[in-house]
Design a protein around this ligand. Structure first.
Ligand code: PMP
Ligand code: GLU
Length: 396
């Protein structure tokens, strides 16, 4: 029998974040004491008041197929959340609930991108963006930034690459992997370039919006003057509510885009899991004070990991303002040999840390930043301290 996969799937790269966490899990299961700082996943349990509402939903007999675009009450909670947190007004026909923000993003790219359309991706970017664009036949255009601009792209850079063929811009703030946050002024300046292109839309991935520090409150791109009709706002419950495995994400978008996403979802996955949706209603309606303890803890860990990194020679680092990653530039090690291991690039460096320090990180290559590695601090303080000590010891 001839085993022949489609070219589409053969050319699709595996998710570097999930691949690295699978590798770390495998090594751990084989008895090696690995510290996994590769995947971006809160180590907290889902708050009990959210779990309780899921248990109630099971007992109340929620078991049927759900509306493809989400329960009406969940849409009401999402509308409430958008108004409360982002001062954005959406109607129910502009909301689509999906199986994680990942599916929301996939839907948006599938419904907007024709083969040959350009999609500008602000770099560093989350690993799956470019793969999803390629899968839709679009041309991912990686707009580079690095530590010197706090990993943010400028309007001038955007002006140089945007054309009438630019269908979509992918923006993620607070950013995975750099932790950078675009200010309202920076977004406004970018919008002054974007508004000249009537065929260009912006997908604003705001999944880390509640995880910010030192008063750097993120601003929603759809709230910028003239951008509402051009913006698809993506969000989800995975990060701030410690609900990664529940798989609930959503968009607020112009109605015609929301309608298209619903059509696509109706032919692929149908509506999101009923129990997870009931739990999401409770989560989104609750005051943000109920999840503050997790944000405070992330902040504490961020400060600690930044202190520990200062002690490691060669790590150049920005101060992340949100999310739960640090993204040091480790390019000083390229072309060198550490304890007999040749380091040519960030992937070699990340593998070296896995093999020699037993710490799992992710190569910056996966995020469009080949000089860096990503370390997640969504892990216990004890693990973070142990991991950073191990890294220091193998390098010094
Ligand atoms: N966007 C970004 C920037 C992310 O880091 C993630 C993490 N998984 C997602 C989207 C997808 O989140 P989920 O599918 O778990 O809602
Ligand atoms: N967003 C997380 C990360 O970047 C989860 C893994 C994934 O879905 O890629 O690690």
């Amino acid at each position: 029998m001839k085993k022949s996969l489609s070219n589409r799937i053969k050319e699709l790269p595996a998710s570097a974040t999930l691949e690295m966490s699978a590798k770390a899990r495998e090594l751990k299961n084989s008895g090696i004491d690995i510290i996994g700082l590769s995947v971006g996943e809160p180590d907290f349990g889902t708050p009990s008041f959210i779990k309780d509402s899921a248990i109630d939903a099971v007992n109340q007999g929620y078991n049927s197929y759900t509306p493809v675009d989400g329960y009406s009450e969940l849409k009401e909670s999402i509308i409430f959340k958008f108004k409360r947190d982002n001062n954005l007004v959406y109607e129910k026909n502009q909301i689509v609930v999906s199986t994680g923000a990942k599916q929301s993003i996939y839907n948006v790219i599938q419904v907007l991108i024709n083969p040959g359309d350009d999609v500008i991706i602000f770099s560093p970017y989350w690993v799956s963006y470019s793969a999803m664009v390629t899968l839709a036949g679009g041309n991912p255009i990686d707009l580079k930034s690095d530590i010197s601009s706090d990993f943010k792209v400028s309007p001038k850079q955007l002006e140089e690459v945007i054309t009438p063929n630019t269908k979509l811009i992918l923006l993620n703030s607070p950013n995975n992997p750099s932790g950078s946050i675009y200010s309202e002024k920076e977004l406004k300046d970018l919008s002054n370039v974007i508004c000249k292109y009537p065929n260009t839309y912006v997908m604003s991935d705001e999944i880390y919006e509640h995880i910010y520090y030192d008063n750097y409150k993120p601003f929603s791109f759809a709230g910028i003057d003239k951008m509402y009709d051009k913006t698809i706002t993506v969000n989800g419950l995975s990060k701030a509510y410690a609900m990664t495995g529940w798989r609930v994400g959503y968009i607020g978008a112009p109605e015609w885009i929301a309608k298209a996403c619903t059509k696509l979802q109706g032919q692929t996955t149908s509506g999101t899991n009923c129990i997870a949706q009931r739990a999401a209603i409770t989560a989104l309606k609750s005051p943000l004070s109920k999840i503050k303890y997790m944000i405070d803890e992330f902040n504490f860990r961020r400060n600690r990991i930044l202190d520990l990194i200062k002690d490691i020679d060669g790590f150049k680092i920005n101060r992340p303002k949100g999310a739960f990653y640090v993204f040091p530039d480790i390019s000083i090690f390229f072309g060198k040999s550490i304890n007999g291991t040749e380091i040519k690039n960030a992937t070699d460096f990340s593998l070296f840390l896995l093999e020699k320090a037993n710490v799992a990180t992710v190569t910056g290559d996966a995020f469009g930043c080949p000089n860096n590695i990503r370390i997640s601090y969504a892990a216990s303080l004890e693990k973070i301290e142990d991991a950073l000590n191990r890294i220091k010891n193998v390098l010094n």
